[in-house]
Design a protein around this ligand. Structure first.
Ligand SMILES: Nc1nc2c(c(=O)[nH]1)N[C@H]1C(S)=C(S)[C@@H](COP(=O)(O)O)O[C@H]1N2
Ligand SMILES: [Mo]
Length: 197
């Protein structure tokens, strides 16, 4: 284990597989709509909502930010789980250095092309194992897994981990995202089986 690595706490459980889940050793691909072809030269991360001043970060600026490594498992609500993913990318906590978040902000919405969104309480978004991932297990993300940048929220079902993320919005009031408006649970804790609503 590398000493600069953040270990997601659920990987340290005696039984790492949440209730109702089974292990798979291949990595399924799951999303709504087509895989967008994103040229990093045109990719930006928009930070908006309850911040002092909205920002649009270019890929070059983004890649110059400090990076972290996170070890986590992944759990899809469709009942597959997979263990030991090593993510590399930018910790969500870096956003606090890029913008001043207003104290009223309690939720964040993550956005991706084609109308995708996923909502999260700020407390979940700013856990130390949450990151904007650019690599998985030493390789850049494959297009179908979110290239160039995806969110990874290890402690919640994988639908919160927006692939191809291109924006975040800080909000005072919660609002359902894409899957949450299609019957998925608003929160999505796999250990509590918060699957559907
Ligand atoms: N942009 C986008 N991200 C998304 C989705 C989506 O439809 N669009 N689906 C989510 C769901 S339901 C799952 S299970 C995971 C699957 O990630 P994977 O294809 O890398 O396994 O992506 C999540 N992120
Ligand atoms: Mo999913």
């Amino acid at each position: 284990m590398q000493d600069d690595m953040i270990v997601s706490p659920d990987t340290l459980r005696k039984d790492r597989v949440p209730p109702g889940q089974r292990l798979t050793d291949r990595w399924p691909v799951l999303h709504y709509g087509p895989v967008p072809a994103i040229d990093p030269a045109n990719w930006t991360l928009t930070i908006k909502g309850l911040v002092d001043k909205g920002r649009k970060i270019s890929y070059e600026e983004f890649m110059a930010l400090p990076q972290v490594k996170v070890l986590s498992d992944i759990h899809c609500v469709t009942t597959w789980s997979a263990l030991d993913y090593l993510w590399e990318g930018v910790s969500t906590s870096v956003v606090k250095d890029l913008v001043q978040i207003r104290p009223e902000a309690k939720y964040v919405m993550a956005y991706a092309p084609g109308g995708f969104s996923a909502n999260l309480p700020l407390d979940d978004f700013f856990q130390p194992d949450v990151l904007f991932a650019v690599k998985c297990n030493g390789h850049p993300l494959a297009p179908e897994h979110g290239y160039p940048v995806r969110l990874i929220v290890p402690r919640l079902y994988l639908w919160k981990s927006a692939k191809w993320i291109d924006g975040i919005e800080f909000m005072e009031k919660d609002r359902p995202g894409f899957w949450e408006s299609h019957g998925y649970h608003n929160h999505g804790d796999p250990w509590k089986e918060e699957r559907y609503s």
